[in-house]
Design a protein around this ligand. Sequence first.
Ligand code: PGA
Length: 253
Amino acid sequence: MPQLIAGNWKMNGTLAGIAAYAAGLRAAAAYADLLICPPAPLIAPLRAALDGAPVALGAQDCAVQRSGAHTGDLSADLLAELGATHVILGHSERRADHGESSAIVREKARTAIAAGLIPIICVGETEAERDSGEAETVVRAQLAGSLPEELAGQTVPGVFAPGVIAYEPVWAIGTGRTPTEEDVAAMHASIRAALRRQLGAAGATMPILYGGSVKPSNAASLLALPEVGGALVGGASLKPEDFLAIASAAPRD
Ligand code: PGA
């Protein structure tokens, strides 16, 4: 099963920069399944610039509601119409900056699924939670609260699985620090066990991405760990050469 290497541009990227970025990605052989989540206004232009290259596109958030009087919010249906196949939900920056609870993330995931999008649901502990030995408990509670039951019962593996989980320790995001390989492997095993319990067979195959300071120099060792099904990459996804170096480090089964 190819790994999923997903780029999260956050609030970066410009219309003027799209052509050069797309040319950098088009030049690449397909090492892994690639997904780019730019700011929503860039989804359609990036899709056009990629000109059929095998790179999926996603969004970084969507609204709970499907349409209506919700000024400034983004409809999952519109994101799908623009060419998104995936949507990141519950990123720690949204949980912190916009007060998104796991209950809200679950509602958004339901909406995304109804609109035909694949939710990438983010979980991860803060540094204080890790230091106090609560990391696995916190992440399990986030999974219990954030995953809708609609994800159960579907067993399509790989990039088009009905849902994707991203484990991103908050203290590793944008800091250059990463957990030890042992800690990543232990957390991914814990997440897999929770997914199986919550979702049955669907939870056994759902990809679990690692995110937080993934870069070309550490990608090979992180992506080789058991139950790591790919990466969610922030800063290093902004340069196509770094993003592709990470993708080329993914194990090829
Ligand atoms: P980073 O961000 O790779 O810049 O640490 C990852 C993320 O927030 O998804």
